[in-house]
Structure formats: structure tokens, C-alpha cells
Design a protein around this ligand. Structure first.
Ligand SMILES: *[C@@H]1O[C@H](CO)[C@@H](O)[C@H](O)[C@H]1NC(C)=O
Ligand SMILES: *[C@@H]1O[C@H](CO)[C@@H](O)[C@H](O)[C@H]1NC(C)=O
Ligand SMILES: *[C@@H]1O[C@H](CO)[C@@H](O)[C@H](O)[C@H]1NC(C)=O
Ligand SMILES: *[C@@H]1O[C@H](CO)[C@@H](O)[C@H](O)[C@H]1NC(C)=O
Ligand SMILES: CC(=O)N[C@H]1CO[C@H](CO)[C@@H](O)[C@@H]1O
Length: 495
């Protein structure tokens, strides 16, 4: 009797602790790269004081590298969720057959079916994603009025997207915001603008990951490592869930449930189903496992991950040099580029952030410069800089704004970096959010430009293998003629 009432008391205490924790814990901020932009946009490091040293300067050029907005799950993931529905049915049935009490089973779980059931295609930008990019365009124009005051011309505002529909749709949504009210089309005063793409088979500026054979090999070789790193977390959590809900969840089930949680919370704003299966601590561990994966496969975990982005970095620097030349030589307004706006993927934005040394302390920056590897980010509850939700949420972006300053000194041009529209400390600029263009170029960019894309990626080797024209053609045709199968194996896990 006494024992029972003590158990009840303990359970009540546990519930109380659980609810207190829940109040400050918003799972929607912990979805790694499935996090929505609006949830994290204003959540950056408040302790960082942006520098004021550019007060006397004018922005003359802007580079944007943005990830596409919130998108539907891909076809492969849609199938995973359908398999999960079948699994849950079996688990509940087994529990019934064992004549177990069903009290512990959350109500939603019985008879659950995937909201994406029967959809034949996935991966497209959804309306929430359009909204993110549209408003980003509106805010950028408001923030830099003198950069965007000119009459549109495709050479002045160059808009580039990868040849993947969610990225080009993101570019269009952004442009609609950026140019709204500037045209004559419809009640919104829209205007047409150009979005250009390179062929995805050779787009080494925005899809360098997909053209780089040695990166593809590396990624494949790391699959077992990543799986092994995630295993203990999934093991531990599946044991907990089995105990808590009386269903025999496997590791795979837990992995699919976490995926479902991220989709529900991000796309449907539902947090009281799959997400509520996990405690805040468990969510933090699952989030960490995702972040660790992106660190290893797309981030500082391996230098190839970001070095293959050298063509993009070159493109950025070259656009700045052109802008400086236009300024120095007094080109007439309307005859030079003011912004280069790019819409791509997490696979583009993450490496680019690494190339400019974001999310690093000074010590780590030095290590990277000396071409040494970084340690893994620390496990929760330790704090870490490398968080997918901050580094690449949907519509996550880096802006590099070039300023011209009136000064008697040699540093007339400055680069300022905004991450998700906020100033961010750059280790290569002594932790300031800006530094002189020359310093930026010498200290941050030059060490990377020593590396050559073709050499890094074994491009010559690949071309030898695929040198026969027909195979290139058939590759192209299979892509053109099979829109529902556009994801080739190498792109399956693309974000
Ligand atoms: C779960 O698995 C264990 C061990 O495999 C088994 O003893 C138990 O009956 C199963 N429970 C249910 C509900 O299927
Ligand atoms: C999402 O749900 C929360 C309540 O859980 C609500 O406060 C919020 O307004 C919702 N957001 C959207 C965009 O619907
Ligand atoms: C520029 O020169 C003026 C006087 O010629 C001086 O007062 C000012 O401090 C100088 N500015 C900088 C940034 O050195
Ligand atoms: C960073 O600080 C060091 C010493 O504090 C100084 O020598 C160096 O010029 C600074 N670099 C930049 C880019 O401000
Ligand atoms: C390189 C250069 O011109 N440096 C000058 C910057 O301004 C200070 C103060 O005006 C001068 O002393 C430097 O020579």
C-alpha cells in the first residue's frame, strides 16, 4: 500500500517535472535542418554585439547564398512514413494480443496514417516555404534600399538557382518579394525577372557536391561510421519508449518516429503526436545525432566537404572585385551588378558557411587554417555552435555585403557577413562581423583558393570513365524523361 502510494507520488513528481521542462522547451527549435526559418531567425546569439564601424559606409554590392524554403518530404521519405504506419499497426495489434493494458499507448497512434499517404511525388517547395522566401526578399529590399532602388535588369540583379524545382521556386518567391510593387502585373504590381540555372550535371558553383566524385565516394564510405555513431542514441531511446508505451519499438521505428516528429512539427505545426513521444532530453539527443551527421558529411568534419565549394567562393569574391572596379572607375549607374542572389541547398549553404569560417572560435579557425581536423561538437547538455537549426534551417542564408567607406586609409572596402539576416562573428575577422575586404580575402579566402576543384574531386578521372558521349547523353535523357524519379541514388538524402 505504502509502496503503491509512493509510486504514485513519484509518477506525479515526474509528470510535474516533465511539464515544467516542457514550458520552456519548444521542440520546433530543435529539428536540426528541418527547422522552420521563422522559429530561429530571431534566436541568434544575443550576447554578440554587432560592430558599428561601418556607420560611415555605404553598401555597394550584396552576395546572397540561400537554402530553399520549407519543402514536402521526398518520395523516399513518404514511403518510409507509409511503412511506419504499417509498423505501428502491427505493434498495437501485438500489444492487444498480449492482452497488455493499452492505457500507455498514445491515442493518436492507434489507426494513424501518414498525411502524405498516396502522394506520388515529393520534395517540392510548399506554401510555407514560398512565404519564407517572399518575405526574405521584402526585408532585404527594406534593409538595403540603395542597393535595390535601381530599375531591374538581369545583369544588375542576377538571380541564380540550381536546376532543382524547390530551389528555383524559392528564387521566384524571393524575387516576387524583392520586386513587388515595381511592375505592372496584377494587383500586386509584380514584374517578371529572370532566374537562371546551370545544368545540374555540371553546376560546380551551386551543386559542387553533386559533381564531385571523390566527395560522393567519401560520403558513401562514411555511411557505416555515421550509422554507428547514431546507434547508441537510438538504442537507448528505443528502450525508454518500449518501457514508457508498452510497444516493442525497434531502432528503425524510433528513427522513423523522429523523422515524423520533425515533419509534423515543421510542416504541420503538430507537436502533440510523434514529438510528444520523446522527452526534451531525448529530443536534444536525436537533434545532436542529426547535427553530428551534418558535421561529418557536410561540415567541418572533413575538409573536402567545404573545399569542394571553392568555385562558389571564387564566384563571390570575383563579384566583389567587379563591384570595387565599377566603383573605382566610376561606372555609370545601371551598368554594373549590385546583387548576386543564389538559391540552392543545405549542401551548398553548409560548406559555404565553413569556407568563410562561421561557427568557429578563434582557436578552431587556426586549426582549420593549418588544415587540421576539428573535434566533434560536444554532446548535450554541453553547448555547441554547430546546430543544424541555426546553421541551415529551411530558407537559411548567408549574405556578404560589400561596403565602400570614405576614408583616408587604404581600407576603403569592407565585407560584412549576415547569417539568417543577423550580423555574426567571423573568427577570421577577429570575431567581428566585418573586416576590410583585403583582410577577408587574404586571411579567409586565399588559403582555400590554393585548392583546385578538379584536383580535389578527381574530375579528370571521372571524365575518363565517362568519356563516351552516349553515356552522358543517356544520363541526361533519363533525367529529363523521368521527372518522378529525378532523385538519383547519390541525391537520395539531399536536403
Ligand atoms: C516485446 O518483445 C518481448 C521480447 O522479444 C516479448 O517478450 C514481449 O511479449 C513483446 N511485447 C509485445 C507487446 O509484443
Ligand atoms: C502553431 O501552434 C502553436 C500552438 O501549439 C500556436 O501558438 C501557433 O500560432 C501555431 N503556428 C502557426 C503558424 O500556425
Ligand atoms: C582621416 O583624416 C582625418 C584628418 O585628415 C583624421 O582626423 C581622421 O582621424 C582620419 N581617419 C582615419 C580613419 O584615420
Ligand atoms: C586582430 O587582432 C590582432 C591583435 O589583436 C591584430 O594584430 C590584427 O590586425 C587583427 N586583425 C584584424 C583583421 O582585425
Ligand atoms: C596605409 C595608410 O595610408 N595608413 C594611414 C591610415 O591613417 C593613419 C592616420 O590618418 C595614418 O597614420 C596611416 O599612415
Amino acid at each position: 500500500m505504502l509502496k503503491n502510494s509512493m509510486n504514485v507520488a513519484l509518477v506525479l513528481l515526474a509528470i510535474a517535472i516533465h511539464t515544467i521542462a516542457d514550458e520552456s522547451f519548444d521542440v520546433r527549435r530543435h529539428l536540426s535542418t528541418v527547422t522552420r526559418y521563422g522559429i530561429v531567425k530571431d534566436m541568434s546569439d544575443d550576447s554578440f554585439v554587432p560592430s558599428q564601424n561601418l556607420d560611415q559606409c555605404t553598401p555597394i554590392h550584396l552576395n546572397l547564398v540561400a537554402r530553399h524554403g520549407t519543402r514536402a518530404p521526398t518520395k523516399k521519405r513518404i514511403r518510409e512514413l507509409e511503412a511506419l504506419a504499417a509498423r505501428l499497426e502491427v505493434l498495437v495489434r501485438d500489444a492487444k494480443e498480449q492482452k497488455q493494458s493499452l492505457d500507455k499507448i498514445p491515442a493518436w497512434l492507434t489507426g494513424w496514417s501518414s498525411p502524405w499517404k498516396g502522394k506520388r511525388a515529393g520534395g517540392e517547395l510548399i506554401s510555407e516555404g514560398e512565404d519564407e522566401l517572399y518575405h526574405l526578399g521584402v526585408r532585404i529590399r527594406e534593409q538595403f534600399p540603395n542597393l535595390f532602388s535601381e530599375e531591374y535588369h538581369p545583369d544588375i540583379y542576377s538571380i541564380k538557382a540550381t536546376q532543382v524545382p524547390r530551389a528555383s521556386a524559392s528564387a521566384v518567391a524571393f524575387g516576387m518579394g524583392l520586386f513587388s510593387g515595381k511592375g505592372k502585373l496584377g494587383p500586386g504590381g509584380h514584374r517578371a525577372f529572370a532566374v537562371t540555372s546551370e545544368n545540374r550535371a555540371s553546376d560546380i558553383v551551386l551543386r559542387f557536391h553533386d559533381c564531385c566524385q571523390s566527395y560522393k565516394d567519401f560520403r558513401k564510405s562514411q555511411e557505416p561510421t555515421v550509422k554507428k555513431l547514431k546507434e547508441p542514441t537510438l538504442d537507448e531511446i528505443s528502450h525508454e519508449l518500449v518501457r514508457r508505451y508498452g510497444l516493442n519499438f525497434t531502432k528503425q521505428d524510433v528513427s522513423s518516429l523522429w523523422f515524423l516528429c520533425k515533419q509534423e512539427a515543421s510542416l504541420l505545426n503538430i507537436t502533440n503526436q510523434a514529438c510528444s513521444l520523446f522527452s526534451p532530453v531525448e529530443v536534444s539527443l536525436l537533434e545532436y545525432a542529426d547535427d553530428l551527421e551534418s558535421f561529418i558529411l557536410k561540415g567541418y568534419g572533413n575538409s573536402l566537404n567545404y573545399r569542394m565549394g571553392v568555385p562558389l567562393l571564387e564566384d563571390v569574391i570575383q563579384s566583389m572585385e567587379q563591384a570595387i572596379k565599377a566603383k573605382e572607375e566610376g561606372y555609370a549607374p545601371g551598368s554594373f551588378e549590385k546583387a548576386r542572389l543564389r538559391f540552392a541547398h543545405a549542401e551548398t549553404l553548409l560548406p559555404f558557411s565553413c569556407l568563410i569560417g562561421l561557427f568557429l572560435g578563434e582557436f578552431e579557425f587556426e586549426l582549420i587554417q593549418r588544415e587540421q581536423t576539428l573535434q566533434f561538437p560536444p554532446k548535450p547538455p554541453n553547448k555547441r555552435n554547430w546546430r543544424g537549426s541555426i546553421v541551415t534551417p529551411f530558407a537559411g542564408n548567408n549574405m556578404l555585403v560589400l561596403y565602400s567607406c570614405r576614408s583616408n586609409n587604404s581600407s576603403k572596402y569592407f565585407v560584412k557577413v549576415l547569417h539568417n539576416e543577423r550580423p555574426i562573428p567571423i573568427a577570421g575577422c577577429n570575431g567581428s562581423d566585418s573586416c576590410p575586404f583585403e583582410v577577408f580575402k587574404e586571411r579567409i579566402v586565399a588559403p582555400h583558393l590554393k585548392h583546385d576543384y578538379n584536383a580535389l574531386c578527381n574530375v579528370n578521372l571521372v571524365q575518363k570513365e565517362k568519356s563516351s558521349a552516349p553515356s552522358k547523353f543517356s544520363q541526361m535523357f533519363s533525367w529529363i524523361f523521368s521527372p518522378w524519379n529525378a532523385d538519383t541514388p547519390a541525391q537520395k538524402v539531399e536536403l
